[in-house]
Design a binder for this molecule. Structure first.
Ligand SMILES: *[C@@H]1O[C@H](CO)[C@@H](O)[C@H](O)[C@H]1NC(C)=O
Ligand SMILES: *[C@@H]1O[C@H](CO)[C@@H](O)[C@H](O)[C@H]1NC(C)=O
Length: 382
């Protein structure tokens, strides 16, 4: 009879002998896996993703502490919504207030390509004591530009409808993706802020957030925070990666040392593995988007027309930008933020779950599902 222990020993033995056979027969293999290199890796102080170390205690605000904390970041919430989204955005905002902002009092900026109705403004301002501003997006930041070949764009949309690509036939959806990729951080009302937290209608926040994520971003010089990452639909981005490679080749100095290319590509940048951060939730640094590398990158992509000739999403565009132009340790997984946007959710596990008094079912957690990319993010730090 084979006891579990004997079985494990047998397998271990086989791996070790295989390793030795390989090391002798393949010089390159021996090189890569020599014991010294393995131990070097194990001994590296940061062999774990940074988020596994909990946020230090002094970032926490005890319940009942004054609603305006002593130290605040230069930050705002950003909600891109229509008047018809009122119920959905009230639901998101109510949870955000109850779980976090009641204590921290960060302002809100609402953006819309049409004027917000008085009714909308009345209901929204009633939900918070924090300042709220309502902005109208200039037409040139929103609508399909004149230089886009409409015949080509129409044909692309028709093809996508035939292939059942989600939002494949929608022009407004494309306008939104292009706006979120390259225009939201240029809006007048956001100029006075450095950090933002993007919030969409009908999302759920499961846990109390008793520390200020903006201060964590600021103190640790992070530029991009996420809660869910996953694979993009290939049919929406057939030529995106070729454009990215073209941009990198002509602007090699803009790419950050110690970047997160390994999150995007499994073969050193040759092909895109379609991993991206799910951008309906973002906590980020507006100045990072405004800075030269990402601005040049966005303009380059925009000129290719792929926002209309294909259906490039702001999620892959932001993710590729963050992964290439920031250091990998400047991209943060907000493990403490329990979040759901249909149909996926991140539910904090273990201590993070009880500390946040989360109401999500811990077994309903996307982190290491087969369609999630969190393991690739983790591997950046191993
Ligand atoms: C093994 O590593 C050494 C030093 O890092 C290098 O010079 C050599 O080319 C490597 N050999 C192979 C076969 O990869
Ligand atoms: C906040 O950040 C923006 C963008 O960096 C900057 O222009 C503004 O001066 C900052 N405000 C304060 C009070 O530091």
């Amino acid at each position: 009879m084979m006891t579990p222990m004997r079985y494990i020993l047998l397998v271990l033995g086989m791996i070790i002998s295989l390793h030795y056979i390989m090391s002798f027969s393949h010089e390159g293999y021996g090189n890569m896996t020599s014991i010294t290199r393995l131990t070097e890796k194990l001994a590296k102080p940061n062999a774990e993703p940074p988020y596994r170390t909990p946020v230090p205690e002094d970032y926490y605000k005890p319940t009942g502490s004054p609603s305006s904390p002593d130290r605040k970041a230069n930050a705002t919430f950003v909600m891109l919504v229509r008047n018809s989204d009122l119920t959905g955005i009230m639901s998101s905002m109510r949870q955000l207030e109850d779980r976090f902002n009641r204590k921290f009092n960060y302002p809100y900026v609402f953006l819309n390509e049409q004027p917000f109705s008085d009714d909308f403004k009345k209901h929204i301002t009633a939900l918070t004591d924090a300042p709220v501003e309502f902005g109208l997006i200039p037409a040139e930041d929103w609508y399909q530009p004149d230089w886009i070949d409409e015949d080509r764009a129409t044909k692309a949309r028709e093809d996508m409808v035939r292939e059942n690509v989600i939002y494949g036939g929608s022009v407004p959806y494309r306008n939104m993706c292009r706006f979120n990729s390259g225009f939201f951080y240029k809006q007048e009302l956001l100029q006075k802020y450095k950090y933002y937290w993007r919030v969409e209608p009908d999302v759920k926040f499961f846990c109390d957030l008793d520390y200020d994520p903006f201060l964590v971003m600021q103190d640790e010089k992070k530029v991009y925070g996420f809660t869910v990452s996953l694979f993009e639909y290939p049919t929406t981005i057939p030529t995106l990666w070729n454009s990215v490679k073209e941009f990198i080749n002509s602007n090699p100095t803009l790419v950050s040392p110690d970047n997160a290319m390994a999150f995007l590509s499994d073969d050193g940048g040759e092909s895109y593995n379609r991993c991206h951060f799910w951008s309906n939730f973002e906590i980020g640094d507006l100045d990072f988007w405004r800075d030269v590398p990402y601005s040049k990158f966005f303009d380059f992509l925009d000129e290719k027309g792929g926002f209309y000739y294909e259906r490039w999403g702001d999620a892959p565009v932001h993710s590729i930008g963050a992964a290439l132009f920031a250091r990998k340790d400047q991209i943060h997984f907000f493990n403490d933020i329990g979040y759901r946007h249909e149909p996926f959710q991140h539910c904090p596990q273990g201590d993070a779950n009880s500390r946040g008094r989360c109401w999500c079912d811990p077994t309903q957690n996307f982190d290491y599902e087969w369609y999630s990319c969190l393991n690739k993010y983790d591997k950046l730090f191993s």
